[in-house]
Design a protein around this ligand. Structure first.
Ligand code: PGA
Length: 252
């Protein structure tokens, strides 16, 4: 069985104080709940990671960073390395989010370096892919997603690939309130799994968790998560409210 995952991408939101409150509220809200083996992960900003790690350390919650450096260490002002994240108690790193690809010009080559750093540090990458509206309108969405997979992941050994979580996030659905329909999500997730199967074999492909992201909330999560190839969600806006986030995880 594939691991079901619901990860909250807080983006550049919350202060340390309000972030701690949110993490505590999620932790408390989960107490006594059985979530059908869903792994919940919080991805706060860098500044909050260590303190939030302390708050959630005796809980089933996982801790993710939203980005990391492509280099190991040294004179890279302003960067945070994967090893630093590991030392702060982080277990997962979101890589290649469309906002990083778009606003910070992160390309496939850079993401391969970042992926290498994350795996070297013993962390689990949450590798994001997804097309722009324009790609979908032109019918290029499958080709685009295939190229992101190929350029970003297909160099991995099967052992390394086994550590990767994928998040399919159609860019047109992120923060827009427009969600992919369950059929659109399933169609793409099934396609991704076929491509993974061709590259790494059916067994590895079937073991890979593929999350959906893009305006996922408690009111639409159930239908999305009911799709056979949708293994959970990467949640932006709706992860900033503890109740809503927990309700999403309860949608399985
Ligand atoms: P959203 O963001 O849920 O606010 O659309 C998802 C994401 O960007 O990961």
């Amino acid at each position: 069985m594939r691991q079901k995952i619901v990860a909250g991408n807080w983006k550049m939101n919350t202060s340390i104080a309000s972030g701690l409150e949110l993490a505590q509220a999620v932790k408390t809200g989960l107490e006594g709940k059985s979530l059908n083996d869903v792994k919940l992960i919080l991805a706060p900003p860098f500044t909050h990671l260590h303190a939030i790690g302390e708050v959630i350390k005796d809980s089933p919650l996982g801790l993710a960073a939203q980005n990391t450096a492509s280099e190991k260490s040294g004179a890279y002002t302003g960067e945070v390395s994967a090893e630093m994240l590991a030392s702060a108690g982080v277990g997962y790193v979101i890589l290649g989010h469309s906002e990083r690809r778009k606003y910070y010009h992160e390309n496939d080559e850079l993401l391969v370096q970042k992926l290498t750093r994350v795996l070297e540090a013993g962390l689990t990458p949450i590798f994001c892919i997804g097309e722009e509206l324009e790609d979908r309108e032109k019918g290029n969405h499958f080709a685009l997603v295939k190229s992101q997979l190929k350029n970003g992941l297909f160099h991995c050994s099967p052992e390394d690939f086994a550590k990767v979580i994928i998040a399919y996030e159609p860019v047109w659905a992120i923060g827009t309130g427009l969600t992919a329909s369950p059929e659109q999500a399933e169609e793409m997730h099934a396609f991704i799994r076929e491509e993974l199967s061709a590259a790494f074999g059916a067994e590895n492909a079937n073991a890979c968790s593929i999350l959906y992201g893009g305006s996922c909330k408690a009111s639409n999560a159930r239908e999305l998560f009911a799709q056979p190839n949708v293994d959970g969600g990467l949640i932006g806006g709706a992860s900033l409210q503890a109740d809503e986030f927990i309700r999403i995880a309860e949608s399985f």
